[in-house]
Design a protein around this ligand. Sequence first.
Ligand code: TA6
Length: 303
Amino acid sequence: MESIDTIAELDRRFGVPGVARVLAGNGGLPKVCITSPQVVGEMYLHGGHVTSWKPAGADEVLFVSSQSRWEDGHAIRGGTPVCFPWFGDKSDDRKAPAHGFVRTKAWQLESIVAVESAVIVSMFTESDENTKKWCPADFRLVHRATFGSELGLKLVVTNTGTTSLRFGEALHTYHRVGDIEKAAVQGLDGVHYLDKTDSNRKKLQHGEIVIVSETDRVYLDTSDAVELEDPVLRRRTRVTKQNSRTTVVWNPWVRKARALPDLGDDEWTQMICIESSNVADFAVVLAPGQQHTMEAIVGVAGS
Ligand code: TA6
């Protein structure tokens, strides 16, 4: 955990008066807090993790669990965890941490830039002796979040090594909903998916997605926008994306929610994950020196 002095030093170096501060957040973890007339938001150095986005006139868009852990070695349950350099279990090493290792480590602050009606926060992490315990590759990973009337999330991967780098990635966003049983997800009609609740059997989506049980699906070969309709909170959330060929949709439902120590037993009713990603057969391969940028843009409107 960073000392108060370090957090004060980060605030002195990167803070933007009246717009963005670096403060001690939950668990004493350093976070960037954005408070401008256009937007309120938060991003933790722990995991390069966006935990709050509230454009002017709207309620909080992201879900964060009341039971989340806030400490090194644990991922924050909610907001946008960054999954890299693999998604889910590591195919050749079941002991490896799920969803990779960058969501549980401290990142570094690169910059905070206030532009016209938005604030851009860039954080980065790089390969080191710890990451090489799991993955021999050299890489630099930047998460650039633009907090404005939309939330822009850019994941920039650079292969800084001398050998090819193959990776899976996801912006594992938890969207807050009024009641998951009344919500619906549109934009994936006619798309094939792998059903993780049914031995990854390949299936075809018919119409919109409504959540009536544990749902854990990887939609394949789709670059389409997705819309989350929420009649209880009277809003529609739209997720568009670039350079992402898969979309994951997840809700743990009752039993899985109870099994997760860092998720409240009933909180499954208030969240759904819609994850812009490149996973499974759509993992990315980068030659030495090459760079790949995946982007998700979240917009919200009254319905
Ligand atoms: O993105 C869906 C998923 O892969 C599910 O299988 C579920 O495990 C979820 O991620 C949460 O994973 P976590 O490691 O954060 O508990």
